[in-house]
Design a protein around this ligand. Structure first.
Ligand SMILES: NC(=O)c1ccc[n+]([C@@H]2O[C@H](COP(=O)([O-])OP(=O)(O)OC[C@H]3O[C@@H](n4cnc5c(N)ncnc54)[C@H](OP(=O)(O)O)[C@@H]3O)[C@@H](O)[C@H]2O)c1
Length: 242
């Protein structure tokens, strides 16, 4: 089909934009694209629920446990797009990896799976609680979880995501009618952020980009937006976002 002059210019504009902004162009292609391979490290209340939502959205998900045989019944129930494996297998499998473990496990995960995770988009739901995670959690609270997690998971494209929403709401509010529940996001990497936004939407929630990783402290444990299932408008108002 022949293109008229306006269409030729429009397409040419996108090609130039794509060449100038390889990250943004990659996002546009990925965003329009097919299923993602998602590895889930920590398939508990948050990781297991998100894994299930992403399988239902059409993605391929490897749910992992240090006792993978315990996850086999869940993977079988979810069907052929789901499988069970070890944390290392999840790190290797995913083009995107969700890390959803007690905060105290992050240093070990960052060390042991560094090679598998290098350069990948990693969504981090983990919240530091000194009572559960020990003194490292106090340090992480002081620094802000975004900065602290980036130190524990070096070499990845980190996004803070799904850390504010209680797991019960993750189950009950996904894809709800009307204004969806918002998920605040913070990241330094535009491509990882775009993948996270897509996965938030496809899990049935509304992404709200708060800013770079350092801004993740605005929605850390203990803030006014933490532990609540807020709409995007409510979240933006409480965080003073436009
Ligand atoms: N619960 C909530 O409402 C909520 C909300 C937002 C954020 N969060 C945060 O998200 C994280 C996960 O919370 P959750 O409630 O889903 O916890 P959870 O139900 O206890 O699940 C955590 C999972 O982490 C895995 N795990 C623990 N240590 C590990 C290690 N060293 N290597 C690999 N996997 C390990 C465990 O799997 P195996 O024992 O099978 O290996 C477990 O299934 C926490 O940091 C939490 O603070 C929780």
């Amino acid at each position: 089909m022949a293109m008229n002059r306006r269409e030729v210019l429009w397409h040419a504009g996108w090609i130039v934009a794509g060449a100038a902004l390889p990250g943004a162009w990659g996002i546009a292609v990925a965003g329009a694209g097919g299923p993602l391979k998602v590895g889930v490290i920590g398939a508990g209340r948050i990781g297991g629920t998100l894994g299930e939502l992403w399988v239902k959205a059409g993605h391929e998900v490897l749910l992992s446990s240090r006792h993978p045989e315990e996850l086999k019944p869940l993977a079988e129930r979810l069907g052929p797009r789901a499988r069970a494996g070890t944390p290392r297998e999840a790190a290797a499998f995913g083009e995107v990896v969700l890390v959803s473990v007690p905060y105290g496990a992050l240093p070990q995960i960052g060390r042991d799976y560094a090679a598998e995770l290098r350069g990948k988009s990693v969504l981090d739901t983990c919240n530091p609680f000194p009572g559960r995670d020990g003194p490292m959690a106090e340090e992480a609270r002081r620094k802000g979880a975004g900065r602290a997690s980036a130190e524990y998971l070096p070499g990845v494209r980190l996004v803070r995501a799904f850390n504010t929403i209680p797991y019960s709401a993750l189950r009950s509010e996904a894809h709800r009618a009307g204004a969806r529940v918002a998920v605040p996001l913070a990241a330094d990497d535009a491509e990882a952020l775009a993948v996270a936004e897509r996965l938030v939407r496809e899990a049935g929630f509304e992404p709200v980009v708060v800013g770079p990783l350092a801004r993740a402290r605005d929605f850390d444990a203990g803030t006014a937006v933490f532990g609540r299932a807020l709409t995007a408008a409510e979240l933006r108002r409480r965080l003073g976002l436009p």
